[in-house]
Design a protein around this ligand. Structure first.
Ligand code: ADP
Length: 95
C-alpha cells in the first residue's frame, strides 16, 4: 500500500527483521513481549511498526516490543510503515 500526502510517502510492507537497524536499543518489558508473542502468534501483527528509510537503509526507533516479539517467534519479516526521510531527519532521531 502506498499513500502519498504532499512530499511524504508512506508505504506498509513486510521488511526483513535483519534489515532494520535499531541505533537506540531500549529496555523492553518482558511481560509485554510475552503477551505480544502470544497475540501475534494467534491473530497476527495487527499494527505495523514505524520505520524510516534513509538512503535505502531502514531504521527503527519505536515498536521495540513488536520487534522483539517477532524476532523471538522466529519470524523473518515484520510489518512496517515505511517513511522515506533525508539524513537530517535521521540525525534528529539520533540527537
Ligand atoms: P511496542 O514497543 O511494540 O510499541 P507496546 O507494548 O508499547 O509495544 O504496544 C504494543 C503495540 O502492538 C500496540 O500498538 C498494538 O496496537 C500493537 N499490536 C500489533 N499486533 C498486535 C497483536 N497481535 N496483539 C496486540 N497488540 C498488537
Amino acid at each position: 500500500m502506498t499513500v502519498e500526502g504532499g512530499a511524504v510517502m508512506v508505504r506498509v510492507e513486510q521488511i526483513p527483521l535483519h534489515q532494520i537497524r535499531r541505533p537506540l536499543p531500549r529496555q523492553n518489558d518482558p511481560n509485554k513481549v510475552q503477551a505480544l508473542m502470544e497475540s501475534i502468534r494467534e491473530i497476527g501483527q495487527q499494527e505495523p511498526i514505524d520505520v524510516l528509510e534513509v538512503d535505502g537503509q531502514y531504521y527503527g526507533f519505536s515498536g521495540c516490543h513488536r520487534y522483539e516479539a517477532c524476532q523471538r517467534l522466529g519470524k523473518e519479516t515484520i510489518l512496517a510503515r515505511v517513511r522515506k526521510a533525508p539524513k537530517s531527519v535521521l540525525r534528529m532521531h539520533l540527537a
